[in-house]
Design a protein around this ligand. Structure first.
Ligand SMILES: Cc1cc2nc3c(=O)[nH]c(=O)nc-3n(C[C@H](O)[C@H](O)[C@H](O)COP(=O)(O)O)c2cc1C
Length: 310
């Protein structure tokens, strides 16, 4: 998740025991080619993080071969191409949803990637654009991805136009899985083991699930998959503050702490207060002071935080 699954967050999640695989933020060509794999908070990995998938925001004009060569030299095990992001910045680079839309460009990019990347290659996609014939385009692309030798597909079953509105159409997962032999990773609004069990008919055909926003709010989610967690929220928040300020320069660190707090505050009954006071703080010192003040009063917590509107 752009702005969230940086090295500090991956370190936090790893501290709870990690999960099957973590995806980096969507990475631009210039980051991979110019930044240090031992220092950049977008690229660096600590051994405890385990399996990390480097997600690329890439289009037909990017020097994909050089990008993949550098990732290979740096020991990356897996690369994911984003065909899902509908943000202007991604579309302007003919990547994300624009790459999904432009089938010729998609063929070129996937073909080039597969030719020079022998390790795991996955893609992240949505259903496409909401049009009467959307299914045709979706089926065509899924079959192409299988023929082109992609290893797995993560499906977030919403249309591009939906952004994050309505619920993800998890009921479409069995249909999508029936179209391909590729492992399908189901994503969208999942909240944990009980929820997944309750949607077993929709999710049985998926090979794995991916959880985004709730994992930012509750990085212990995977460690406590089958049992309620007894977590000291103040300790977790302070740890994350420390990890972010260790990996990021101060102005970016401030923003990253505020962004993390947006989701983390969903754990509290009056989390909006926490979010607002931290979000308005002008410096890291002030963030810490305000957070200490909020957390010192043992704020009431919520058993089931909601991140859907965030
Ligand atoms: C702030 C934000 C940033 C995101 N950045 C990315 C990204 O960089 N790459 C990506 O594949 N998906 C990204 N997503 C989408 C999530 O990965 C995921 O598909 C979506 O949030 C639905 O899953 P969830 O309900 O478990 O969060 C982002 C979502 C949000 C809210």
């Amino acid at each position: 998740m752009a702005g969230y699954t940086h090295s500090a967050f991956r370190r936090l999640l790893a501290g709870f025991g990690g999960c099957g695989a973590m995806w980096t933020e969507m990475l631009a060509t210039r980051q991979i080619l110019n930044e240090s794999f031992t220092e950049s908070p977008w690229l660096r990995r600590r051994p405890a993080e385990g399996f990390t998938v480097f997600q690329l925001m890439t289009g037909p004009d990017d020097p994909l071969e050089r990008v993949l060569e550098r990732l290979g030299e740096q020991g990356a095990e897996a690369v994911d191409l984003n065909l899902a992001c509908d943000a202007l910045a991604a579309r302007a680079r003919s990547s994300g949803s624009a790459l999904f839309d432009n089938f010729d460009a998609l063929r070129t990019v996937i073909g080039r990637a597969r030719r020079c990347w022998p390790r795991m290659l996955t893609v992240k996609m949505r259903l496409g654009s909401r049009r009467p014939d959307w299914e045709l385009g979706f089926v065509e692309r899924l079959r192409f991805l299988e023929d082109a030798g992609v290893d797995a597909v993560t499906l977030h079953p919403r249309f591009f136009e939906d952004k994050f509105k309505r619920l993800a159409r998890l009921e479409l997962i069995p249909w999508a899985a029936s179209l391909t032999r590729l492992p399908l990773i189901a994503n969208g609004d999942l909240t944990g083991s009980a929820h997944i069990a309750s949607r077993a008919d929709d999710l049985r055909s998926a090979s794995a699930v991916m959880i985004g926003r709730l994992a930012v709010a509750q990085p212990w989610l995977f460690a406590h998959w089958d049992a309620p967690a007894d977590v000291d929220l103040a300790v977790v928040w302070r740890k994350m503050f420390h990890f972010i300020t260790e990996d990021f320069a101060p102005p970016v660190a401030l923003r990253r702490v505020q962004m993390f707090t947006k989701y983390f505050s969903a754990n509290f009954a009056f989390g909006h207060q926490f979010r607002v006071v931290v979000g308005n703080a002008p410096t890291l010192e002030e963030v810490l002071r305000r957070a200490d003040e909020f957390l010192a009063h043992s704020p009431a917590t919520l058993a089931k935080p909601r991140v859907s509107g965030l």
